[in-house]
Write a protein that binds this ligand. Structure first.
Ligand code: UDP
Ligand code: MG
Length: 339
């Protein structure tokens, strides 16, 4: 691999690459994961940092992490006070990462660390985000595959943000993007959506997703649903908007029934009172649903406002033909944005 410019810039932020690994009950597989990750990192030019985040594991994961050899890398083990969940653990690692580029990877070897050189290459070629896109997923149940497919499609339709399909949180991002994510004040963090909404040059790297090396998934149905709800409500007010459509449908039904009432009154006799009663009920239902929709719209706006996300993000600026960096200092929140 060509020596990358990251080596030269190394001293500015310390490390060429930081790797963030959220770990929850991974005692069985973590040593093998570390061996493979460290081998991949050591083969790269520049210095590397690994940040293991122990997310309140109930087993011996923390002890296992503390026993790992550093292999000449900077090895940090961050121990969270309890289980905060995958997204929070990854966010914690991201906030602590000091590298020029940051890789987020699962600890269960479903995402092969050996892809790091390819990801680095794509970034050398100009990508700001390189995300692993699963072309196949070994060792996953049919139900998990079907529910994941449904989830990604729904999210894309509802949110308007183009969240890549079949991509998890296995991503290499630049320091600039890491700073932007760290500056986002969201409480419910759905990282892959947040990365997608940021924009910049995002490139997919197709890969075969392996079966878990050891242990079991920590995303059973309930948690998957929780993540899906975070994804959808965090990125879309479309469900609230649906009330507008509902009120229109019910209103039309009221109008149609009122017409039917008049027609039947003159044309033939029906059960007395039924059509007029129904159209009155539908009419007032439509008004009520419209009211809910209106309140929903205001709630939605407050919700988006409280997120205080940047209005836009500047990718690059040229001054007299020379590029100036929007986030020269790389400080938290210093990226050029329209906030
Ligand atoms: N994980 C975590 N906290 C949790 C659940 C999971 O840090 O509460 C970690 C886990 O150790 C793994 C990654 O998040 O490194 C992905 O979890 P998992 O493999 O269970 O999810 P799946 O691949 O089955 O979707
Ligand atoms: Mg996994």
């Amino acid at each position: 691999m060509a020596r990358t410019s990251v080596t030269r810039r190394k001293n500015q932020t310390g490390f060429a690459v930081s790797v963030v690994v959220p770990c929850f009950n991974e005692e069985e597989g973590i040593a093998e994961f570390h061996r493979r990750l460290a081998a991949a990192l050591c083969a790269l030019p520049g210095s590397g940092e690994i940040i293991y985040v122990n997310d309140g594991s109930a087993d011996q994961t923390l002890q296992a992490l503390n026993r790992l050899p550093d292999e000449g890398l900077c090895l940090r083990v961050v121990n969270l006070s309890r289980n905060f969940g995958h997204q929070m653990a990854a966010s914690a690692g991201l906030a602590l990462a000091r590298g020029q580029r940051v890789l987020i990877i699962d600890a269960d070897l479903q995402d092969p660390p050996e892809l790091l050189p390819d990801m680095m290459r794509l970034m050398d070629e100009g990508a700001d985000v390189v995300y692993g896109q699963r072309v196949s997923r070994r060792g996953e149940s049919r139900f998990k595959l079907a529910s994941a497919a449904l989830f990604y499609r729904m999210l894309r339709r509802l949110s308007g943000v183009d969240i890549p399909r079949d991509a998890g949180d296995f991503r290499l991002i630049t320091r600039q993007i890491a700073d932007i994510l760290n500056a986002m004040p969201e409480q419910h963090r759905f990282l892959r959506g947040m990365v997608a909404m940021v924009g910049f040059r995002q490139v997919a790297l197709p890969y075969e997703r392996d079966a878990r090396h050891a242990g079991v998934t920590h995303y059973p149905l309930g948690r998957m649903l929780g993540l899906a709800i975070d994804g959808i409500t965090g990125f879309a007010t479309a469900p609230l908007r649906a009330f507008f459509q509902l009120s229109a449908i019910v209103g039309l039904m009221a109008v149609a029934l009122a017409g039917w009432t008049l027609y039947s009154y003159f044309a033939f006799s029906t059960t007395p009172g039924w059509p007029s009663l129904m159209s009155t009920v539908l009419f007032f239902s439509a008004i009520q649903i419209f009211g809910i929709a209106l309140i929903g719209e205001y709630v939605g706006r407050t919700f988006i406002q409280t997120k205080s996300r940047p209005l836009y993000l500047v990718q690059s600026i040229q001054e007299n033909g020379k590029p100036i960096k929007p986030n020269r200092s790389g400080r938290k929140g210093s990226h050029a944005s329209g906030r």
